[in-house]
Each structure stands twice: as structure tokens, then as C-alpha cells.
Design a protein around this ligand. Structure first.
Ligand code: SAM
Length: 243
């Protein structure tokens, strides 16, 4: 059972995504905590802790938004490492940069407003490319995956953290209720913006499930593709390598 499911015409998608994230940028971090009861922090920590990355590496965090992943990655690449935050949305990127600067994270950080589908970086320029809760918003996901592969060095890893398909049947009605009844109300109450959170729930349902995304990564040219479910498939981490 899906409550109020609405298809978004793909031609309008980029514009819609732009409006959504400009609208939520200021409340984005608070809303993440509310909607996931803080669990998104655990997913993100696990995601970063299990990345293939070492001190001194150069890392691209795509759809980096307000910088949660980049801040965690900083500890792993150390002072000699470089982190590039790429996001299509200037408002999200500004919130990210301000937060990072407030935490004293300045050296080794770069902010680039860019579309994941056409990256403004040369081939083979990163040791690791991450995208967390971002791929679902990209219109041409195949193009984004090909670009992630292109900018990776040989031996480098690409990692996707994204909402996925819940596995347990008994949990599905509860999850739908949370997505389509609770989320828009939380959005209305705390961000005065029910529509953006309605979009969120819908974009999660439209995103390719685990095995399909794995196949898409293989088609893009990644080697040794695999995934791991977290929280029963509410989110999944996909991994691929450039060889
Ligand atoms: N990675 C951050 C996190 O985990 O908190 C932010 C995730 S936020 C849900 C999704 C981000 O994707 C937004 O900041 C949005 O601007 C960005 N985005 C959407 N479409 C994009 C695209 N085509 N290229 C790059 N970034 C995009």
C-alpha cells in the first residue's frame, strides 16, 4: 500500500530537485535528525568508516550538501588529504561550507558547484568518490555513475549510500506510514514545507532497488560491484572499483 504516491515527470525533475533543496537547506540537518530519529548519523559513520581510503588521499564527495560525509572523511584522509565537496545546489553548498568553517575545517577543503552528470574534473583525479543520499536526486543516474568512474584513479573505490528497498514484509506498511503520513507532517511542522518532504518519500520509492543499482554500476564499467544493506534495507551501501 502506497499512500498518495505521485510520479514526477523526469523533464521537470532537475528543477524540482533544485527547488526542494533550496527550500530545505536551512532546516536540512534538523530534519534529518527528526525524520530518522538520529539514525542517519550512524549510517553515515558506518559508510565512512568502511570506505577504502587512507591518509593523504584525494576524495570527492558528490551531492555533498551540508558536509556530513566530508567532515567524517576528513579524519580518515588527515591533514595531508584533500576533500572536494561537489553539489549542484549553491544554497546547500554554502550551508556546508559555513558549517565546515565553524568546525575549524578549512585547509584541504574545496567546494565545487557541479552536476554529478557532468563533472568538471580530469580523468583519474580521485582515490575515492562518495555520494550519500544524492544519487536518487540525479536525473541521469547512468551518466553520474560513468562520471564517477571516469574521475577515479585505477584501484580507486566508488561508494553510494542511498535509501533502498526494505526487505521484511511486516515492516513495509509501517515504513510507508512513516514516509507518507509522518514525514510530510514533520516537514510542515518544523520546516513549514510539507511538499519537499512528500518529494523525499516519493523519490525513495522510485530509486532502483539493491540489485538493479548494482547492475547499473556494472554497466557503467565498475568492477567487483556489491552492496550491503543497513537497517534491513532502509538504506544500502553500494561499492564498485576502477580497475
Ligand atoms: N550528502 C549529504 C548528506 O548525506 O547529508 C546531502 C544529501 S541531500 C539529501 C542531496 C543533495 O544532492 C542535495 O544537496 C542536492 O543539492 C544534491 N543534488 C541533487 N541533484 C544533484 C546533481 N545532479 N548533482 C549534484 N548534486 C545534486
Amino acid at each position: 500500500t502506497h499512500f498518495g504516491f505521485r510520479e514526477v515527470p523526469t523533464g521537470d525533475k532537475q528543477k524540482l530537485v533544485g527547488q526542494v533543496f533550496s527550500s530545505v537547506a536551512g532546516n536540512y540537518d534538523l530534519m534529518n535528525d527528526l525524520m530518522s530519529a538520529g539514525i542517519h548519523r550512524i549510517w553515515k559513520r558506518y559508510f565512512v568508516a568502511t570506505c577504502q581510503v587512507k591518509r593523504g588521499d584525494r576524495v570527492l564527495d558528490l551531492a555533498g550538501g551540508t558536509g556530513d560525509i566530508a567532515a567524517l572523511l576528513k579524519d580518515r584522509v588527515g591533514d595531508g588529504g584533500e576533500l572536494v565537496l561537489g553539489d549542484i545546489n549553491g544554497a546547500m553548498l554554502r550551508v556546508g561550507r559555513d558549517r565546515m568553517t565553524d568546525r575549524g575545517n578549512v585547509r584541504g577543503f574545496e567546494y565545487v558547484q557541479c552536476n554529478a552528470e557532468t563533472l568538471p574534473f580530469p580523468d583519474a583525479s580521485f582515490d575515492l568518490v562518495t555520494i550519500a543520499f544524492g544519487l536518487r536526486n540525479v536525473t541521469d543516474k547512468d551518466a553520474a555513475l560513468r562520471e564517477m568512474l571516469r574521475v577515479l584513479k585505477v584501484g580507486g573505490q566508488a561508494r553510494v549510500l542511498e535509501f533502498s528497498a526494505v526487505k521484511a514484509e511486516w515492516f513495509k506498511p509501517l515504513y510507508d506510514f512513516h514516509s507518507f503520513q509522518v514525514l510530510p507532517r514533520l516537514g510542515k511542522l518544523f520546516a513549514r514545507d510539507a511538499d519537499s518532504y512528500q518529494y523525499l518519500a516519493e523519490s525513495i520509492r522510485q530509486h532502483p532497488p539493491q540489485d538493479e543499482l548494482k547492475r547499473m554500476m556494472e554497466t557503467a564499467g565498475f568492477a567487483r560491484c556489491g552492496y550491503k544493506n543497513l537497517s534491513g534495507g532502509i538504506v544500502a551501501i553500494h561499492t564498485g572499483y576502477r580497475v
